[in-house]
Design a protein around this ligand. Structure first.
Ligand SMILES: [Zn+2]
Length: 470
């Protein structure tokens, strides 16, 4: 506490407040003064014990505070560390500013009621709930104080001030009560608030609403998608029916282990419905709001549920991650990193060793892709340049065919592994999209027609989240 007042000023405060018949409690005065003056004040104010403080409305009264601490403890079960958020009614801001003006003090140099209550209430709460206060605590205890007279008094003050200084036009538009508006009124030298506005003596205390929530948690991992008939996020058909999705299957494991108010899925890019995600999978993250769980080994339980209940997806490297880095890493993976794909392709003539050599010699080939027809409805029409870093081609084995009907075309089919810059449209690079991707597999192989039969993502290069599973 800064000592900003001398004895003379204290005498002035006492005189001014008693002239206005506004009792101010010892704690509030303490906030305005220094330690040497406490004794004098204690004597002066001891007679006013039964009156309600017109500055803090008895919020800083020790007895009131202890009752509230008991109330808070009743809301809280076992937690380790908590943050404390305190929300006060505007009437306390108003009265704080009012008394500063009355006593000719700079409000910024006077300790606010919020800071005082925070200082006073934190340790009793810690003791009552056997938990530690910390700005990094996982739980947030929110104390929302309110007062029945708050709105009425703030509006009355704003009307009084605006009537005397503003035009009727401005009066209407700026009558919203908030902290900044109140500060502006008190800063305005035209507002003779202390002379014009009469604080009504208040005899009721604040009400308190306690709520406790958990900070959001972040679970990251990688998913492997083995189906060519599964979209990444829910797919709506006829307004409300949707097919299953990777997102839902991952949520299913969370739903049985964690209670929450809301949940959000994000990932480092996405693959088409008919594209498998193989290799070590695609990084994703789930943000879970207001989570509650009792299981010790919740991550292992979630992973087990997902991998046992669903045949077409697998998750790995599941782990809690800190908030800050997660979004950054996912975005990075989407925009900057290269991707490795595997495609089964077919041309309109037999695939030869010479063809294989042409494809294998591709090194950092820049291709131009006019926005593909299939995404034209959601992307602007433009030419984008992307780099195909390398291609590794080989003839196809008969046992690699998904469908035996393709058998007669086996000599025309081949498999490529292709490493490209993020954002390259692979399907279009193979089948050319009616010449909209240039060059393409067909043009590289000497103007033959090429098509793509299936596509898999083999690798999304991103060192996040850390690999923890084999
Ligand atoms: Zn007080």
């Amino acid at each position: 506490m800064s000592s900003i007042l001398n004895q003379e000023s204290i005498e002035k405060i006492i005189k001014l407040s008693s002239e206005k018949s506004l009792y101010i409690c010892f704690t509030c005065i303490n906030g305005l003064s220094n330690r040497q003056l406490l004794n004098i004040l204690e004597k002066r104010f001891i007679n006013n014990e039964n009156k309600q403080c017109q500055s803090c409305l008895d919020l800083l009264d020790a007895e009131y505070m202890m009752i509230k601490v008991k109330e808070i403890a009743g809301h809280v079960s076992t937690i380790n560390e908590f943050q404390l958020h305190i929300c006060l009614p505007f009437i306390l801001t108003l009265r704080h500013l009012y008394f500063c003006k009355l006593f000719e003090l700079n409000p910024e140099q006077v300790i606010s009621v919020k800071d005082v209550i925070k200082t006073f209430i934190t340790i009793p709460i810690e003791k009552a709930i056997h938990a530690q206060h910390s700005i990094k605590g996982n739980y947030v205890i929110e104390l929302k104080f309110d007062h029945a007279e708050s709105k009425i008094e703030c509006e009355k003050l704003m009307q009084t001030c605006h009537r005397t200084v503003s035009s009727p036009k401005r009066f209407k538009s700026s009558l919203i009560v908030n902290h900044a508006a109140l500060c502006r009124l008190f800063e305005n030298p035209n507002n003779q608030i202390v002379e014009q506005f009469q604080l009504i003596p208040i005899e009721t205390v604040c009400t308190l609403d306690v709520s406790i929530s958990h900070e959001p948690i972040y679970i990251a991992g990688r998913y492997i998608k083995l189906s060519r008939n599964l979209s990444q996020t829910p797919w709506f058909v006829n307004d409300n029916r949707f097919k299953s999705s990777v997102q839902e299957k991952i949520f299913s494991g969370i739903n049985v282990n964690i209670k929450y108010s809301d949940i959000k899925f994000s990932s480092s890019g996405r693959e088409d419905v008919d594209v498998r995600m193989l290799g070590i999978g695609r990084p994703f993250m789930v943000e879970i709001f207001n989570p509650q769980w009792s299981n010790e080994d919740v991550i292992a339980k979630i992973k087990e549920h997902i991998n046992q209940m669903h045949q077409d997806i697998r998750v790995r490297d599941l782990q809690f991650v800190p908030r800050n880095e997660s979004q950054k890493f996912l975005k990075q993976g989407e925009q900057e990193k290269s991707k490795t794909y595997q495609a089964i392709c077919c041309i309109d003539r037999p695939f030869t060793e010479a063809d294989m050599n042409i494809l294998n010699s591709v090194k950092d080939l820049v291709i131009c892709q006019t926005t593909p027809i299939r995404v034209l409805h959601r992307r602007t029409l433009s030419d984008r340049h992307r780099t195909v870093h390398s291609i590794s081609a080989r003839p196809l084995n008969v046992d690699e065919l998904d469908d035996p009907e393709w058998k007669e075309f086996l000599s025309q089919m081949f498999c490529i592994s292709i490493v490209t810059e993020a954002g390259t449209y692979i399907k279009e690079f193979v089948h050319s999209d009616f010449g909209r991707t240039r060059p393409n597999i067909g043009s590289l192989l000497g103007n033959c027609r090429a098509d793509i039969i299936s596509l898999d993502v083999l690798e999304v290069k991103l060192d996040w989240p850390p690999i923890i599973d084999d």
